[in-house]
Design a protein around this ligand. Structure first.
Ligand code: PHB
Length: 373
């Protein structure tokens, strides 16, 4: 083969850019836009036209998962994050869902409760944040209206409060439907409330929500049950991060815990598990981990892989059948047309970290797409 022949050979084929079925939806490709906190909602957690523009610019993703969205005032842990518990928030989100649908995209809303990763400055009545147990997250700061503050020791939830939290998930799921989303993702990752219940580092309860694996997975199973009473299960996914240390979370033996959880998820028939592989935004294979392919094999639905993927790793994951869809986070911030750039081999634009959470239009909707002739 001559050098020019070799140069003409197309790269090994991949189905990353081919349609894929997810629940009832024929997605345009296997590339998912990750949930990304961008902190541009108003003080009432209402998104508006700016968010609609941002998400519509990224609608060529096979699936968009919205930024994490608070299901109640208590669920909030960061200023300017959006909510899904009021009618104004529903009206605001409708701008986004109709703009994404007008571009042929699909978007799920991510249901969020931060638990202990909050601050009394951000809580209703300036009360302490809630958690399974009064265990403080070390080395984590809250971003409040008056800057960064150390987290406080949270208040342990009373058993009688837990049904109310489960109801808040169901209510958020219902309002997400009213707002025109195509489905919902339960955020059970990254050290927020559901993972605080799952993990023995943070769950010291002695009631039916703590102790054994069966007890620690109970809240997440109840949330799944409540959300799948609102939505058909094939429009519901869940995000998990079994190996992360994000938010000072951790479990002494994650493998049996997550295998037991996935076994329960199978009973409900969820569309997918979305797995942050390794430490969130960090090491993909941290010490003390386990083979996450075991979760994939144990789960009956699709597996969306996330954490540090680039094109090469994504192609490899598909070639070796390690994941069904690949989720990209930060590259989508600075490349609204990420799918086309990956497909064509065009260079990726760099992200400006200073504007990630700035609350402004700059660094949000002004990253250009490739020019077309
Ligand atoms: C964040 O706002 O920093 C954040 C939110 C949700 C996550 C991770 C990080 O899952």
């Amino acid at each position: 083969m001559s050098r020019s022949d070799a140069a003409a050979v197309a790269p090994a084929s991949t189905d990353l850019f081919e349609p894929v079925q997810l629940g009832p939806y024929r997605l345009a490709n296997r590339i998912v836009m990750a949930p990304l906190t961008r902190s541009r909602a108003d003080d009432d957690g209402v998104p508006g036209a700016l968010q609609a523009t941002y998400y519509a610019q990224r609608a060529s993703a096979g699936l968009i998962i919205s930024e994490a969205t608070n299901i109640s005032a208590q669920a909030k842990g960061y200023i300017r994050t959006p909510g899904i518990w009021t009618e104004q928030q529903v009206l605001g989100w409708k701008l986004t869902t109709s703009a994404v649908h007008a571009k042929g995209g699909r978007i799920f809303l991510q249901l969020w409760h931060v638990g202990r990763i909050s601050h009394s400055d951000l809580q209703p009545g300036n009360t302490l944040p809630v958690a399974p147990s009064a265990v403080r997250a070390e080395g984590v700061q809250a971003y409040t209206g008056s800057g960064f503050k150390a987290l406080e020791t949270p208040r342990a939830l009373e058993p009688g409060e837990i049904p109310g939290i489960v109801d808040d998930y169901a209510h958020g799921a219902k309002l997400a439907m009213d707002a025109g989303f195509d489905g919902v993702e339960i955020h059970a990752a990254n050290g927020y409330l559901p993972q605080q219940f799952l993990s023995d580092k943070t769950n010291k309860r002695t009631d039916r929500y703590g102790g054994s694996i069966e007890n620690r997975i109970r809240l997440v199973v109840e949330i799944v049950e409540a959300v799948t009473r609102v939505w058909p299960a094939n429009k519901v996914g869940i995000r998990l991060s079994p190996l992360t240390a994000f938010g000072d979370i951790g479990d002494s033996d994650p493998e049996p815990l997550y295998l037991a959880l996935v076994e329960q998820l199978n009973i409900y028939g969820l569309a997918y598990i979305h797995v942050v592989e390794g430490d969130t935004g960090g090491e993909r294979e941290p010490a003390g981990g386990f083979d996450l392919q075991k979760l994939r094999r144990a789960f009956n639905g699709l597996y969306i892989a996330n954490n540090g993927y680039d094109l090469e790793l994504a192609r490899k994951a598909r070639a070796e059948n390690l994941a069904d869809l690949i989720c990209f986070g930060r590259p989508f911030i600075s490349n609204p047309d990420l799918v086309e750039r990956l497909r064509s081999g065009a260079p990726l634009q760099a992200l400006d970290p200073a504007t990630l959470y700035s609350g402004e239009q700059r660094g949000y909707t002004d990253y250009p797409a490739l020019a077309h002739a």
